[in-house]
Design a protein around this ligand. Sequence first.
Ligand code: ATP
Ligand code: MG
Length: 579
Amino acid sequence: MRFSQLFAPTLREDPAEAEVVSHRLLVRAGFIRKLAAGVYTYLPLAQRVLEKIKQIIREEMDREGGQELTMPILQPAELWLESGRWHVYGEELFRLKDRHGRDFALGPTHEEIVTDLVRGEVKSYRQLPLLLYQIANKYRDERRPRFGLMRGREFIMKDLYSFDRDEEGLDESYRRMFRAYTRIFRRMGLNFRPVEADTGAIGGNVSHEFMVIASSGEAAIVYCDSCDYAANVEKAETVPRPLPGEEEPLPVEEVATPGCKTIAEVADYLKIEPARLIKAVVYQAFYRDREELVLVLVRGDREVNEVKVHNLLGCLQLNMAGEQEIQKVCGAPVGYIGPVGLQGIKILADQEVPLIKNAVCGANREGYHLRNVNYGRDFTAYQVADLRMVEAGEQCLRCGGKLLSARGIEVGQIFKLGTKYSEALGATFLDEKGQERPMVMGCYGIGVTRTMAAAVEQNHDENGIIWPIPIAPYHVIVVPVNMRDEEQVRAAEEIYSSLLKAGVEVVIDDRDERPGVKFKDADLIGFPIRVVVGKALSEGKVEVKIRRTGDSFLLDRNEVVDYIKDYIAKEIAKTIEEC
Ligand code: ATP
Ligand code: MG
């Protein structure tokens, strides 16, 4: 490819609205352009990266027995009503009507469609297991589309669905996909980690997310320093820790705590550890046909994990309650509420709360707290469960090691769905004994466009992108320094065509620009290897520079093609070897 013809409009300045590196660099380096919030055009450079990502995914899906197909993006509402998700999915589902007034959705995911397909075609255990996948656009009307390709409203996803005869079959399909995902992200040259995950709205009970480690990641994860336990903080568990010291329960007393609204202020005023306080947070939980107020209790030095609360309640939505509701049910404002004597509200307590002896909590009276409050004697909860966030430094539940924290970008997620969709849609088969049984399903997604963005988040410097070789749009850029120097141009053209002949993906920067401009663009776009044909040519040499390491050295012009072929092959072999 000739740079003079390449449609890669690079920008000198950062785009104003870009909040994260990948967004900024992908726009600046001419990979993407925005059409509307969360909707992008992928320009030719991005297209090449995306195709490489898709190809790696395809190879690994196929290797594990996946078969590719393409399902419609336009999905009739009937199927979503059948699965029960038409009303549950909420505003994220793009809905539209056809000319006859029939409801449709633009597919955010394809459980309904694939289950409908399979229930019509698969009747016998002999046709199972079946692993079907596609790589296609997905549509989600995200509340906050942002960060460029990270959270789009139209994006590319690979989604595979597995259909098995029984749980053991599902376990095997899940293992295969876990293995495939591990190979996929390794082959792309990314630093990633599989973590235990919450199953959210998709349903099911076992799930892992594949996280690309990056400080800009939206997800917080914890991982053990001595075993392989790792989890999204939404899901992470740890050992409940009793506070040190044995105490006899003392009689409850009310104490004035004027102006002390926060845990820190109360702890300071009463000269106690924040861990001796009970933090109380009021939520409003919405179900399909009702709503209720819930008081969640955690130790004063902990945070409520809303995902755990949400799951325990099984509600559709969970919001923090407003001032008015809190005042109405507790008779006091935020900062002074507590569980003692409260009526008309469901109380949920984290498992550490009953372990606090002679605790302090709000008195449900403005300006007052209660001392010496004890679980069982002074209050109880509707349910005691793990409802808090785990923190770095805590103990690993598995091995007692220390939990560390990191941030990650979720590039893939795999779920064991079980029979949720096959039962709802009647996807059954006849087993060996002629008995009708629901198929046991799993679903497995990879965000293709998000993976491209994540690769940039993890691989860049102040000058631009540093593509890992397996997914780089091109491997090499050849830069003749002086376009007016015929010899340089001729040598550059020769090297360019030899590289092309050798099957190397190469661009020649044949623009009549200053070398500084060419070098800037080469760094910005992130070509892994740069070949500069300049002054050294008089001694028969050209300069090779490796983008990632910054190493640069002179090579004989006749050696350069072999060197590059060898370098690329070695780099790609490294990622495959690890698999
Ligand atoms: P998130 O929690 O980030 O909203 P999700 O859990 O809803 O994502 P899944 O349903 O698991 O996403 O989709 C599979 C994959 O698709 C995700 O792992 C992610 O890589 C990608 N993905 C999901 N939503 C988006 C989006 N809005 N833009 C780009 N990629 C996305
Ligand atoms: Mg997910």
